[in-house]
Design a protein around this ligand. Structure first.
Ligand SMILES: [Zn+2]
Ligand SMILES: [Zn+2]
Length: 365
């Protein structure tokens, strides 16, 4: 008898239905993941609204930030991945070819021959279970998974993804290190995770900005180690940074604000001579007007943050396992599969900070 897998299937923009799908039989090179938790992220909100992808991708199972336990694994896959049934793993979004020049030089995020991507691959592509908003997921032979300790609550362990972004953007791309002044524009999930990453890397002064309605998130930023928070509706960001740093300004500036353009201009003014600006907040493909002379005269490096890589995920997993930060303070909502739409709305309207779906409904929060 075939086991039935419950999955939240998106059938089109704004439309979900719960379906029962067959659990595939596995060969020697693949595996099956029992999903413990899957993060809801900003792009799930966009995908739900139909702002991402093409009409022909539906129906599909969304969810691209999953954490789970190996349910079954083929003999050769077990050897390659170094896992056994019962092991907890963090699963990366992309399934690269592992053979092209980009893969071979560590830039697999940009792989030329992608074999799939979790949460955006259509149901029609066998065996269909590509998304994390389901009880089980298919593990393609080229899937990238990272072992993780099993004794941490799933809704905290699943934070490897946003925390990986914080590590990648603040430390790897931004170069935040010992003694640096780091300015983080935007106190959302990724902003808070960037505070943790910068703090872990030994940053000297961390400043986080937000709107008046972000007061709760700014307070959390302070709990995670931010030295100063700035309400941009009440204070001038650049002036505050000048005051705090005694004119030295910020070595690293991260823009994590969606759509807003003023933060880009603030970043240009608040960055120190020779500093770095990391751009990670999408602006809806709108042009941003810049005085590029400012960048030249300050010798500034501007970096675009595209995704997260294995280095950063592994570092994030170590930080979570260390138990050094009160991550539970950031987790606001756990939902069951049937409530997926509510989960997406709670994140989308700004009520939720960290929101995840636990398919078996066993999440603690
Ligand atoms: Zn995401
Ligand atoms: Zn490749």
């Amino acid at each position: 008898m075939t086991q039935t897998v419950r999955a939240a299937v998106q059938t089109g923009p704004g439309a979900f239905e719960l379906r029962g799908l067959p659990l595939p039989k596995i060969g020697p090179d693949v595996g099956i993941l029992r999903v413990e938790a899957c993060d809801v992220c900003g792009s799930d909100v966009e995908q739900f609204k139909g702002h991402l992808g093409r009409p022909e991708m539906y129906p599909l199972i969304p969810g691209h930030e999953p954490l789970g336990v190996i349910e079954a694994v083929g003999e050769r896959a077990a050897e390659r991945w170094g896992v056994q049934p019962g092991d907890r793993v963090a699963l990366e979004i992309l399934v690269p070819c592992r053979s092209c020049d980009l893969c071979l030089t560590g830039r697999y995020m940009s792989c030329r021959n992608r074999q799939g991507a979790h949460g955006v691959t259509p149901l029609s592509r066998e065996p269909g279970l590509w998304g994390g908003f389901a009880e089980y997921m298919y593990l393609h032979p080229n899937a990238i998974l990272h072992p993780m300790r099993g004794d941490i609550a799933p809704e905290l362990a699943v934070m490897f993804n946003p925390l990986g972004a914080g590590v990648r953007w603040a430390c790897e791309l931004g170069g935040a290190g010992m003694g640096d002044t780091v300015l983080i524009l935007g106190p959302g999930q990724r902003g808070l995770m960037s505070v943790i990453a910068a703090r872990t890397a030994g940053a000297g002064t961390i400043i986080v900005t937000g709107l008046t309605r972000d007061a709760g998130k700014l307070a959390l930023a302070a709990e995670f180690g931010a030295d100063h928070t700035v309400d941009v509706e009440q204070e001038d960001v650049v002036e505050r940074v000048r005051e705090i740093t005694d004119g030295a300004m910020a070595d690293v500036v991260l823009d994590l604000t969606p759509m807003a353009q003023q933060p880009i201009r603030d970043a240009m003014e608040a960055v120190a001579h020779g500093g770095r600006i990391v751009l990670a907040g999408l602006k809806g493909n709108e042009p941003v007007e810049l005085v590029t002379d400012r960048l030249i005269n300050k010798g500034v490096t501007v970096v675009g943050a595209y995704g997260v890589n294995a280095d950063a995920y592994i570092e994030a997993i170590r930080i979570i396992e260390s138990g050094r930060f009160p991550l539970e303070r950031m987790h606001t909502h756990t939902f069951e599969l049937a409530d997926i739409q509510q989960a997406i709305e709670v994140l989308g309207d700004g009520e939720g900070v960290h929101v995840c779906v636990c398919p078996d409904g066993n999440g603690a929060g």
